[in-house]
Design a protein around this ligand. Structure first.
Ligand SMILES: [Ca+2]
Ligand SMILES: [Ca+2]
Length: 234
């Protein structure tokens, strides 16, 4: 049986999707030696499966959620929609989280567990700070543990996907600098000329669509004009 020395962390890799790791660790059993943890030196057998537990269904936000995350308003609940797992992993133990990190400081500002069958979660109003950048992870982890009378056989896997998340400083502040000024007006005018949010030339997330109805038109201009008149985000 091949042996993996201390410092190897095979189980932490998303190895079912990594061709080089697949080549390095073909299906079979491996002895994994570890030390330095609270248990001291331990030895477990890691069973490398021939087939992935789930071929294609890892957690991911829906496209509409990813777009909404480009102009989130921290003052309201933020609805996150994502897929459930079509073929839940046969894990003895699974843990799933939405984890939101501040993109600048790296600190965790929000973390909540959810069930594998869940397809939505709302980040409560007031959790995020306006005018900031975040990374919002969907994290899935599963463990299967089998004691065969001699050894604990462990199969473990972790997978995470994430999307960038921006909160607006205020309505109309399209470049998120806390002022609604000529720079924002220029961006708004271009979007107004483009009109439709699903035009390829429209900036991602359609930030100038202030009433979120899919077009940048006179209704949005009325909202923008009021903010432009105020200049400074309240
Ligand atoms: Ca601005
Ligand atoms: Ca609109």
């Amino acid at each position: 049986m091949p042996s993996i020395g201390p410092g190897s962390f095979l189980y932490q890799q998303p190895f079912f999707d990594d061709p080089s790791l697949l080549a390095s660790f073909p299906a079979g059993d491996y002895v994994c030696n570890a030390s330095g943890g609270t248990l001291g030196p331990v030895q477990v057998t890691v069973t490398r499966q021939a087939q992935p537990y789930w071929p294609d269904s890892v957690p991911a936000y829906t496209p509409a959620t990813i777009i909404a995350m480009q102009n989130a308003n921290a003052a309201f609940d933020l609805a996150l929609d994502f897929n459930a797992w079509a073929a839940p992993a046969p894990a003895d133990f699974g843990i799933n989280f939405v984890i939101i990190y501040d993109a600048l400081t790296g600190s965790v500002v929000y973390s909540v567990g959810f069930n594998a069958a869940d397809m939505a979660h709302a980040v409560p109003a007031g959790t995020l700070t306006r005018g900031r950048s975040y990374n919002a992870f969907l994290y899935f982890s599963g463990r299967s543990q089998i004691f065969d009378g001699t050894l604990n056989r462990l199969v473990a896997y972790d997978y995470a996907t994430y999307a960038t998340l921006f909160t607006v400083a205020c309505v109309g502040d399209l470049n998120r600098d806390t002022f609604v000024d000529d720079a924002d007006f220029s961006s708004f005018a271009l979007a107004y000329d483009t009109l439709l949010c699903d035009e390829p030339t429209m900036p991602f997330g359609c930030p100038a669509d202030l009433n979120r109805d899919g077009t940048v038109d006179d209704a949005d201009f009325s909202i923008f004009a009021a903010a432009y008149n105020d200049l400074i985000c309240p």
